[in-house]
Write a new protein. Structure first.
Length: 470
């Protein structure tokens, strides 16, 4: 009798604990109302689109396909936050399902121009946010480590990926190096937003880790794109003006840096409302010309050197950029997920995955070696290394370029096979590294980065007191 009574008491004790734990996992009333408000806003938005565009906004149109993709990505992003995973993984999954589920017929309704424009515009916003988020003092202190992190991991991964793909995938050296440069780019779209969140929370800022990763990852993309463009030209050009094209590929980043610095200084004297719109417009237009990524990054950084003297103006600009990012983020990651087609993974999947993993392993080792002497502890080195894993932005942008060129120009079947291998490598690299890298950045950040909020507030108090004394 006593044992049964004790058992019933234990059960009654555990039941309230279980229900309280379950209750704590549920969203509060405010969050539920916010979600309902967002659903109503989306319904009103679609109703407005239908009222303006009529049949062009109905199922079967590109507008409806993009709207469906946006809503799906937004919902899955919220669900993944609920299960303690980064929302961008949910958005990637939404795009992947949108492309590959047979009962969702809307992917074929997308044109090439619409998604490409959205991706390019969002990439510009990411680079603009990255430029605004750079700490000039820390960048000056860490300049040599930034350069080492920009070039050395990219070079090592390119060489290793090229060698492994040459022998494992039976690709000619020029095609292998094209694949190597494509794989070597880290995804700014995945790393930059997470690092900016940690910067806003004053985590790791004392040693400049957010600035280091943001600057080096953005420059890494530019180096990889330049290398890919050069190898693409060497491999597929018929010899017309090849040296001119090579020089163009080499000097585009330099031109972007010069133009970014020039327009950044010009934006010092423009009103804040004009400076944001003009800077974004010019960066977006020049991104198509090949110099945009470097220009956008440098433009935002140089402009912020003056804007940070006027805190209210800078905060206003950052709010505008944040609203644009929140609006376009579901498009970016869902369209990246939609690049993952199961049909492209025909053959050599095992050797392609092996090539990606081998080159990524060498990249991780190189990042650890490069961080030696930078004043980072072991946990911080682990976090910096993890930040160098995700691949998505460049791979989604250039992965299909070789295949598109081969098909458009009616080149041989052999070249088409090599181009399909590059596309398969791009798809697999996104599938393997983007979700894993995003999750690791989100999970390891609080454990590996120090909380420097107290020291930052003390520095601000000292600066305020010194200004008052002056």
């Amino acid at each position: 009798m006593d044992s049964s009574a004790e058992k019933s008491n234990k059960d009654s004790d555990t039941e309230p604990k279980f229900y309280s734990m379950l209750y704590n996992q549920l969203p509060d009333k405010r969050k539920v109302l916010l979600i309902l408000a967002q659903i109503l806003a989306l319904l009103f938005l679609y109703t407005t689109l239908y009222g303006i565009l009529g049949s062009d906004a109905l199922p079967g149109s590109e507008i409806f396909a993009l709207f469906f993709l946006f809503v799906s990505a937004h919902i899955l992003g919220k669900l993944f936050i609920f299960i303690k995973l980064p929302r961008l993984i949910g958005m990637l999954v939404a795009g992947f399902l949108f492309r590959n589920l047979p009962f969702i017929p809307y992917f074929d309704h997308l044109s090439t121009l619409g998604p490409m424009t959205l991706r390019n515009l969002t990439f510009v916003i990411i680079l603009f946010k990255a430029g605004l988020g750079l700490d000039s003092k820390m960048l000056k202190t860490l300049k040599f480590i930034v350069l080492r992190l920009t070039f050395m991991p990219c070079a090592v991964e390119t060489v290793i990926a090229s060698v492994t793909s040459h022998f494992l995938l039976d690709m000619p050296w020029t095609w292998a190096y094209m694949l190597g440069f494509m794989l070597s780019a880290v995804s700014s779209a995945v790393t930059v937003p997470g690092l900016l969140e940690y910067k806003d929370k004053s985590m790791g800022i004392k040693k400049g880790i957010p600035t280091l990763v943001i600057a080096a990852s953005s420059l890494d993309d530019i180096v990889a794109i330049t290398g890919f463009t050069i190898m693409f030209t060497i491999t597929l050009s018929k010899g017309d003006n090849i040296w001119l094209l090579l020089l163009k590929g080499i000097f585009e980043p330099v031109g972007g840096m010069a133009l970014g610095a020039l327009f950044g200084v010009i934006l010092w004297v423009l009103p804040s409302s004009l400076s944001t719109s003009v800077g974004m417009f010019l960066s977006h237009r020049l991104e198509v010309a090949g110099i945009g990524p470097m220009m956008c990054l440098v433009l935002a950084f140089v402009a912020s050197l003056d804007w940070e003297k006027h805190i209210l103006q800078l905060e206003k600009i950052e709010r505008v950029i944040d609203v644009m990012w929140i609006t376009l983020e579901p498009f970016l990651f869902s369209l990246m997920g939609a690049e993952l087609s199961l049909k492209t993974l025909k053959s050599n999947i095992g050797f392609t995955i092996l090539s990606i993993l081998i080159s990524l392993t060498f990249r991780i080792i190189t990042v650890m070696v490069v961080c030696i002497g930078g004043g980072f502890n072991f946990k911080e080195k682990i976090f910096i290394t993890v930040s160098w894993i995700p691949k998505a932005t460049v791979q989604a942008a250039v992965g299909s370029q070789a295949l598109d060129y081969v098909i458009a120009h009616g080149l041989s079947e052999e070249l088409k096979i090599h181009a399909e291998k590059i596309l398969a490598a791009a798809v697999l690299s996104i599938l393997l590294t983007a979700p894993a890298g995003a999750a690791l950045i989100d999970i390891l950040g609080p454990y590996c980065l120090s909380d420097d909020s107290k020291s930052e507030s003390e520095d601000k108090e000292k600066k305020t007191s010194s200004d008052q004394n002056a």
